[in-house]
Design a protein around this ligand. Structure first.
Ligand code: CMC
Length: 435
């Protein structure tokens, strides 16, 4: 990756009675960054930023977020335009290669992905090893890491061709693995991929077809799945992407790195939030119970949170949430469930929270997960599959970010420091002499 940083007037920091000149760089849009790489060498201090709220960990040309304005761009294109007009496979090309493909490039790219949709037949034995009631995310973490054991010819991270083959394999095989995790959990036979179908239709077919009947993919559901995937495809340096980059910074192979990203995504503060949001809506149950629930959320002695609300970066309406809300209504209309208690609770909860001083003051707005759970449930997925679907969609973002890092000469192994507040040096005392 060629650096596009522009030099700005430097910053001055006085530390330990020493004045340090720190370089400042600007990007295309967004805040400038202070380059502190020489801070420890020259000033003998570290920066302290738990949770990385003010830390830019890399230069990136893939995704841009303006959290105050509620803007999300993939390679410069606004998310709402992509959700409205593009397709997931086109977005994959955009994220991986930087540009929307022309017709010929799109055709070739799509063929390059679908060529890899099948799994090695021995791979299926992994699924059999899991307990029947295993969470599908546990299956994902284990099996995606295991891909490295099957595809040795794409684990040389220094070979650009092997990196590309690994990228295509991951994007292609992730839906097949996710669908198998689902089928295994419900005790149905695995359904093989059909390469004449588009990415989303193929995935839905692998999830919902059974050998005993013909299966026709509902085009409304296929489009909904495609848009769901576009909305989740990348989100700059979020927790799971940073995990992928950190794992990759040591030179680990891409299958291992993506598996570490899946593990991070599983948490309820990240990808697990859509599952948690739907569980919350079900627990609330009816509109009458909302005031009591809101009272608990606002009570500092109660650790209840309004799941699907708030975001580390967005201090405005999450632009993905708007598109997801629209999608939710389309899917519910298709299945004839527009007037369910769940949707009524969600809409009323959103209305109340958007006008409540507690949420307004803290700039807590609905995020993408608020409506995605209801949508996925209406599409026929159990809650345990929600984060898996997020992982399928985010794989392209993870792999695009990993590839960018591999092509960035300024990247080195990620190795943060700390401020140590443990015991100072002390001498070992034999066990019999300890008090
Ligand atoms: N409900 C109630 N209060 C909240 C919430 C919430 N969902 N989120 C934040 N707050 C309050 C929090 O209690 C704190 O209040 P105070 O200043 O009085 O102590 C204040 O807002 C700041 O919160 P924070 O925890 O410091 O904010 P953060 O940036 O560390 O957390 C977050 C971001 C997404 C983890 C958090 O908002 C949250 O837990 N939301 C619910 C989970 C969720 O929906 N996650 C999905 C994120 S979007 C999908 C993705 O990118 O993975």
């Amino acid at each position: 990756m060629d650096s596009k940083l522009t030099k700005k007037p430097s910053a001055t920091l006085t530390v330990n009675n020493k004045q340090l000149e720190l370089p400042v760089y600007g990007g295309t849009v967004g805040p400038d960054v202070i380059d502190i790489r020489k801070l420890y060498g020259e000033g003998k201090v570290f920066t302290y930023d738990p949770g990385f709220t003010s830390t830019g960990s890399c230069e990136s040309q893939i995704t841009y977020i303006d959290g105050d304005e509620g803007v999300l761009l993939y390679r410069g294109y606004p998310i709402d335009q992509l959700a409205e007009k593009s397709s997931f496979i086109e977005v994959c090309h955009l994220l991986l290669h930087g540009e929307l493909p022309n017709q010929k490039a799109l055709h070739e790219f799509e063929r390059g992905i679908t060529y890899h949709t099948m799994l090695h037949s021995q791979f299926d034995r992994f699924f059999e090893g899991f307990r029947r009631d295993a969470h599908p995310m546990a299956i994902m973490v284990g099996t995606v890491g295991a891909l490295a054991a099957f595809y040795h010819d794409s684990t040389d991270i220094n070979d650009p061709h092997q990196r590309m083959v690994a990228s295509h394999r991951l994007i292609a095989k992730m839906p097949t693995i996710a669908a198998r995790a689902f089928k295994y959990s419900i005790g149905q036979p695995f359904v093989s991929p059909r390469n004449e179908l588009d990415y989303a239709s193929n995935f839905l077919r692998m999830c919902f077809a059974v050998p005993a009947e013909d299966f026709r993919v509902n085009p409304v559901m296929a489009r909904a799945m495609d848009v769901f995937m576009i909305l989740h495809a990348d989100h700059e340096q979020n927790a799971s992407t940073s995990t992928v980059r950190l794992a990759g910074s040591s030179g680990a192979n891409p299958f291992a790195c993506i598996s570490s990203g899946i593990a991070c995504l599983w948490g309820p503060a990240h990808g697990g939030a859509n599952e948690a949001a739907l569980n919350m809506l079900e627990q609330i149950g009816t509109v009458d119970n909302i005031p009591d629930f809101i009272r608990r959320v606002k009570d500092p002695n109660d650790d209840v949170r309004l799941m699907g609300f708030g975001h580390r970066v967005y201090k405005n309406y999450d632009p993905r949430a708007k598109a997801m809300q629209k999608l939710c209504h389309q899917v519910l209309k298709e299945v004839g469930a527009e007037d369910t208690p769940l949707l009524r609770v969600a809409m009323e909860l959103e209305k109340i929270a958007l006008n409540d001083e507690y949420f307004v003051q803290r700039k807590l707005y609905p995020n993408i997960d608020f409506y995605s759970g209801i949508t996925l449930r209406a599409m026929g997925f159990p809650t345990s599959m929600f984060t898996v679907l997020f992982a399928v969609a985010r794989t392209v973002g993870w792999i695009a970010q990993w590839t960018e890092m591999m092509e960035d000469d300024s990247q080195k192994i990620g190795r943060p420091r700390q401020v140590y507040t443990g015991a100072p040096r002390r001498d070992y005392v034999p066990v019999g002499s300890r008090r």
